[in-house]
Design a protein around this ligand. Sequence first.
Ligand code: AKG
Ligand code: MN
Length: 152
Amino acid sequence: MSDRSGYRYSATDPLSGQPWPAMPACFVSLAVRAVAEAGFDGFRPDACLINRYEPGARLSLHQDRDEGDLSAPIVSVSLGLPAVFLFGGTLRSDRPARLRLAHGDVAVWGGPARLAYHGVAPLADGEHALAGRRRINLTFRCAGPQRRDAAE
Ligand SMILES: O=C(O)CCC(=O)C(=O)O
Ligand SMILES: [Mn+2]
């Protein structure tokens, strides 16, 4: 969730005050299988962050470092319109590779690449047969124990 005090993992949905719904078992199984195929063991995601991109939307280069367990990889599932994924090194100044991620593609990064800078170039307009004019990205993570919000 994000609010004025920033971005963080929370066990509850701030709009409803309720715990987030459980991850569908088929999603967990997809993430676990992708990680095994990429050569990492023992992945048990406890969070799935969902990003929705409309044409023109981008995600600037960043590291995923808010998770409690940085030894666990990140699994990213792309749905809908294709995107150019920027995947750099562990320094912001490292020039990123540009990788096309299309509907159904799964990317996994971990180990020495876990803190690689990455982002998404502005989404080109288009129409996807299932998702319409958008891209949806799911990232599965091991966020670790989540504190209840201080306000609760
Ligand atoms: O949309 C993507 O492919 C990447 C998403 C991402 O890096 C993030 O949510 O931290
Ligand atoms: Mn990220």
